[in-house]
Design a protein around this ligand. Sequence first.
Ligand code: PLP
Length: 364
Amino acid sequence: MTISYEKFNLKEVINASGRMTVLGVSKVSENVLAAQKFGGEHFFEMSELSIQTGSYLAELLKVEDAQIVSSASAGIAQSVSALIGQGSIYHAYHPYTDRISRREIIIPKGHNVDYGTPVEVMIAQGGGELVEAGYANMCTPEHIEMMITEETAAVLYIKSHHTVQKSMLSPAEAAEIAHKHQLPLIVDAAAEEDLFKYIEAGADLVIYSGAKAIEGPSAGMVVGKKEYIEWIRLQGKGIGRAMKIGKDNILGFTQAVEDYLKNGSESGDSMKDRLAPFITDLNNISNIDAKVVQDSAGRDIYRASIKVSGNKTAKEVIRELKTENPAIYTREYQANNGIIEFDIRSVNKEEMDKITVRLTEIMK
Ligand SMILES: *Cc1c(COP(=O)(O)O)cnc(C)c1O
């Protein structure tokens, strides 16, 4: 039996909610699939594959070196471990040894968020001891500086919409204060779109997730200083083994980065073009008033926004969209105001038609 949703008794899922880990994050392109297929069908000297894809990416990204890892989370844990062990093979084999006490990782308090997993769990997995700087709503360079001791191994900065944004030092300020004390700065930029900015701001290691902005397969990437990247590779003999990534995804991810740099992500204008016929169809459904809205954070992302009226509430409609097959997931943040949003970055024409059909049934 060929692979299908039916084979495992699964519901087809239409993801109109954006890049959501709980739904599998993103779809990969034919180009990336071809690279994954080549990886799946051939053998490699794995250490060569890891080093050579790393240097290929480093060239593209204008950094000293790069290492593909299994996820951004694995990137955090292994970066922390690498900067504690500093290339020691004894440490790789004994990652939580008492012989090394320099384990403190300083992070702005408002950056210790839960992105699906708390950041502090990944720090602990890497053998780091969490030290929060500043307060829930603010962190200045001075707040970081006053927490630095002989036991500090690194400063970690989380660049994300999940974190507290106001009254936070910038990545460049974090780099400056870390370097003043000869400490490395790690930036977790897992979901960020700019693959150059944080290295340019002075970060020593920058971490990206494979399937978010880059739309690659399940993977992660750490870029930065050559020596540190070598220390991360050494983790493969220790904690990194439990975070191993396969040859298929190493090649698929490398292709995804190359394509992403060439094509970027879909433009707002393209989204508006694709949304136009969808909006017309939605407006033909009774008790639905549809329009195009821009992302509330001002990013170049456009979505369909519908206002639900009549005898069903937006919350009921959202629930009904999820319960049938296909299960349709939307953006629910404004449901209390009777509004449902559809993010179409991972939705094609055929799926938009299925959404229209389902909504017509629900609103009947
Ligand atoms: C998604 C995310 C991660 C984890 O990425 P994975 O590749 O899923 O492990 C880490 N940090 C932030 C800020 C994220 O948004």
